[in-house]
Design a protein around this ligand. Structure first.
Ligand code: F0G
Length: 471
């Protein structure tokens, strides 16, 4: 390492894996291949010895300096923050130069959502087009540390594309479990191209998730879903990068989509660590937005609000799964999110909230994000739809600063976009007796191609008709 301060801000002590269940708190070494607490079954997280508050400004300066360095670890927006990651200097880092994603101003989305300032942190600009890469770099590195021969995951498409890419870089076998017919063709194509063994099963994502946890019992196999605490360590660095981009001024609200709840858990952990290290002076309110047809945690949150029971311990056993999740935002079509306890804890601690938005709201919000020149996949657009709803409800005030995290790139699901603009988008739902109903989505911001004769005059005429003021 090149800069002089580099040794002084190293944390003392060693990291461990700890059960988040307040009544358990069991601890495991970071060399153990465990995903859930072997004592109580609770979720695990990495307990990091963090640098002391007195080192806050030295750390900020060092991280900024690294951004200009050519060391492959510094080129990564994850490994640049390695003081807070549970790996030693000899770890065989697997990186594709993840992170370092843009934070965009989004004035049209701000106006649409009813706030003065809205910024979009575009995690879809990662190497495989989704936020998963920031977690896969650490998960696959840990797989190498543990000597795993095969890495596996269940997925709605992005986790698998990302794991396939990172395991290809690492030269380990990758096997992925997908619900047949429910993954967009772009995501499936990525996993095939990166050489993963792609297993499609009859069933939904939740069935895949149950099965993959059974498979991961085998000691040569390493599970990379978000119950894996090492993956969350990479994903938490988004909070670090975001705060650096905000010049360490904490936004009032950070809004994320919710599926399996890894992203919200990881961001929550990141903000919590930043706060404890004195790098930020308060927590942003972290809120999670789900799609109405796949919203188990939003339902639980609403019931807690009704019962005024918003403390952590009173709700940790209470999630009712959604048996047949529905949404065109296929990335978050999940009825039993594995990381819901961690996510709920982060939301409650930061005084955020969890709500659901409709298919129509998601589709229109997505088109509005497009009008700001920014392309995302449908799941990401729950955020802007959610901000609009939370502003109307008075939870977000007009003058408050808001950051939404976009999780996937537009090209992950171009069919959805095209159908929206052509006016053919609809959600198919099957009732118990097998009858199929179609819920059409009205494209409030439709922009279908027009058919024009191949002549200069007809083209100019069409342009005038579309917008007389511009010609
Ligand atoms: N947005 C996108 C684009 C996603 O792919 C996912 C999850 C989410 C949001 C939700 O994030 O699960 O951390 O709450 N995709 C997973 C997958 C489930 O398999 O690709 P989460």
């Amino acid at each position: 390492m090149t800069n002089a301060a580099s040794q002084s801000a190293q944390p003392s002590g060693i990291a461990s894996q700890r059960c988040i269940n307040p009544s358990c708190g069991a601890s495991f070494s970071i060399g153990e291949r465990v995903y859930t607490c072997t004592r109580c079954g609770g979720p695990l997280e990495i307990a990091n010895p963090l640098p002391p508050v007195s080192e806050a400004s030295a750390l900020r300066a060092r991280w900024r300096t690294r951004a200009a360095s050519l060391d492959p670890r510094d080129r990564s927006g994850v490994w640049r923050f390695r003081e807070v990651l549970p790996f030693d200097a000899a770890a065989p880092i697997v990186t594709l130069g993840e992170g370092n994603t843009p934070l965009y101003d989004a004035p049209r989305c701000a106006q649409y959502s009813g706030v003065l300032e809205l910024r979009l942190k575009h995690q879809g600009c990662n190497p495989t087009g989704s936020f998963k890469d920031t977690g896969m770099t650490t998960a696959v590195t840990q797989a190498l540390v543990l000597g795993a021969r095969t890495v596996v995951c269940a997925s709605t498409g992005n986790t698998s594309a990302s794991l396939a890419a990172y395991s290809a870089r690492a030269g380990v076998q990758c096997a992925i479990l997908l619900p047949r017919g429910q993954i967009t063709s772009s995501k499936l194509a990525q996993s095939m191209d990166y050489g993963a063994i792609v297993c499609e099963i009859e069933g939904n994502f939740d069935d895949c998730m149950r099965l993959i946890q059974e498979i991961a019992d085998d000691p040569s196999i390493y599970l990379a879903n978000s119950i894996n605490p090492f993956r969350m360590e990479g994903q938490k660095t988004v909070a670090y990068e975001l705060m650096e981009q905000c010049e360490w001024r904490v936004p009032d609200h950070v809004i994320v989509p919710g599926g399996n709840m890894g992203n919200s858990s990881a961001l929550g952990k990141g903000f919590d660590e930043l706060h404890r290290m004195g790098l930020i002076d308060r927590l942003p309110k972290l809120s999670v937005i789900q799609a109405e047809g796949s919203a188990p945690l939003a339902h639980l949150f609403a019931s807690l609000e009704l019962a005024s029971a918003k403390d952590e311990s009173s709700c940790l056993e209470a999630l009712a799964p959604v048996e047949k999740p529905q949404t065109l935002a296929t990335a978050i079509k999940i009825g039993t999110p594995v990381s819901w306890k961690k996510a709920l804890r982060s939301v409650l601690r930061s005084h955020g909230c969890i709500i659901a938005v409709s298919e129509q709201e998601i589709a229109d919000a997505k088109a509005m994000i497009g009008r700001d020149g920014i392309g995302c996949e449908p799941a990401s657009a729950t955020t802007v739809a959610g901000i609009r709803k939370l502003t109307a409800a008075g939870f977000i005030r007009r003058e408050e600063s808001v950051v939404a995290v976009l999780t996937g790139h537009l090209l992950k699901d171009p069919d959805y976009v095209s159908s929206y603009h052509r006016g053919t988008l609809s959600l198919e739902s099957k009732s118990e007796d097998g009858t199929v109903a179609l819920l059409p989505i009205r494209g409030a911001f439709r922009n279908a191609p027009i058919q024009v004769a191949a002549s200069k005059n007809s083209i100019l005429e069409q342009l005038r008709r579309k917008n007389p003021k511009t010609l």
